[in-house]
Design a binder for this molecule. Structure first.
Ligand code: THG
Length: 379
């Protein structure tokens, strides 16, 4: 019922862009790709379960080139970046990264990127999967701002896992150990300066190296691989099980433009009521007065393992009441239950609330909990 006779193939063309690391990824036997920002993103190499255990124990090299950058440069750069987000950008300084909810005029989420301030008048916005470049260019043009907005040749390479620091330090030197969480440093590689941040889409710790010259991709991959051999390095990618346990949200799956940052549990990254000139400010202030009607939660779902949703699974609480929707789910081999992420209506969002989940395998019992799941970051 859940296994098609032959899994479909992903037909790759010029539109599904390759990356500076794609040849290496293929040589390491990638088993699954998804498309993210019109670019290939490896999903697993051995199996999601084996990759999960390995990520928690060792170090992995991740081709996350699909985290494309929107570069904003010019005298009005800071003003434009602030107009995108309810997070207070005046607190972002050179050397820091900020996780920023980006909203439209209704307060709906358009993306949840990481912003880097490279200079007073130059920013990178490291995108989740939506065509934000067009929105930012449109705002810049419509507001007559003195900025240039483009997508530079920048491809992040992730080094994730408990042995990431030793691996990156072996290549770039001991200075990487001093990089704080969501900070970056600029360090030379083959006479070329690279931005290296302590960040990444996992809770196991690690770095993201912003390669800004595609021609150096395989050399960078190879030298990191070599340094990681003593630590049992493998190729990997954002891991579905690990990121659900860690409560890391996936734009387009766990949230869309239908959701406010507050519904997404991203209220702590918003200073909406301060004097912030963000396009969604008035709408968000109205939504704060009412309070969110639903919010992101974790949900435990025991029972035989089934694949996670492609379309959301309805959540009920007895009768036919609408209690929410499950948007991501995976079997956790560590917690020995499915771990799920969903939008849960306010009447049901207290931890411990028992719900029923309409899966393709029939109704299953679930229990609401807070994110992250226990032990997500422990090692
Ligand atoms: N790194 C970079 N770009 C990215 C991602 C990334 N673009 C796409 C996607 N990931 C954007 N989404 C997220 C989601 C969560 C986090 C980062 C990017 C994240 N969150 C921390 C957490 O939830 O623990 C909190 C961050 C903080 O405290 O400021 O790391 O991964 N370059």
């Amino acid at each position: 019922m859940f296994d098609p006779p032959m899994p479909p193939v992903l037909s790759i063309s010029r539109r599904t862009r390759r990356t500076p690391f794609t040849r290496r990824v293929n040589q390491h036997g990638v088993k699954g790709y998804t498309v993210y920002n019109h670019m290939l993103l490896p999903t697993h190499f051995k199996s999601p379960e084996e990759d999960y255990w390995h990520l928690r124990e060792a170090v992995q090299l991740w081709d996350v080139s699909c985290e494309r950058q929107v570069q904003v440069r010019g005298p009005d750069a800071a003003r434009l970046v602030q107009y995108l987000t309810p997070r207070d950008i005046s607190k972002l300084t050179v050397g820091k990264c900020f996780y920023i909810p980006v909203v439209d005029e209704t307060g709906g989420m358009l993306n949840d990127p990481v912003a880097l301030m490279l200079d007073e008048d130059r920013f990178w916005i490291s995108l989740a999967d939506s065509d934000l470049l067009l929105w930012v260019k449109g705002l810049a043009a419509g507001m007559n701002l003195e900025v240039a907005v483009d997508e530079p040749d920048v491809s992040p390479l992730g080094v994730q896992g408990p042995k990431a620091e030793d691996t990156v330090a072996a290549v770039f030197g001991e200075r990487v150990r001093d990089i704080g969480f969501f900070r970056y440093d600029t360090l030379p590689f083959n006479g070329h300066d690279l931005i290296i941040a302590r960040s990444g889409y996992s809770k196991q710790g690690g770095f993201e190296i912003y390669l800004d010259d595609s021609s150096l991709g395989e050399a960078l991959w190879d030298v990191l691989w070599e340094a990681g051999v003593p630590h049992n390095i493998q190729a990997g990618g954002p891991n579905l099980i690990e990121r659900i346990e860690g409560g890391l949200l996936s734009y387009g799956n766990d949230m869309t433009s239908e959701n406010t940052p507050h519904e997404c549990g991203l209220g702590k990254f918003c200073q909406t009521v301060d004097a912030i000139n963000c396009i969604g400010r008035d709408a968000l202030i109205r939504s704060i007065v009412d309070g969110p009607a639903r919010q992101i939660r974790g949900v435990y779902m025991p029972g035989p393992a089934i694949p996670g949703p492609i379309e959301p699974w309805a959540v009920h609480a007895g009768e036919a009441e609408h209690a929410g929707r499950i948007t991501s789910a995976a079997w956790s081999p560590r917690l020995e239950t499915h771990v799920c992420i969903g939008m849960i209506e306010s009447a049901y969002w207290e931890p411990g609330t028992e719900v029923i989940i309409e899966t393709p395998a029939g109704p299953r019992a679930g229990e609401v909990t807070m994110l992250p799941f226990p032990g997500a970051a422990a090692n």
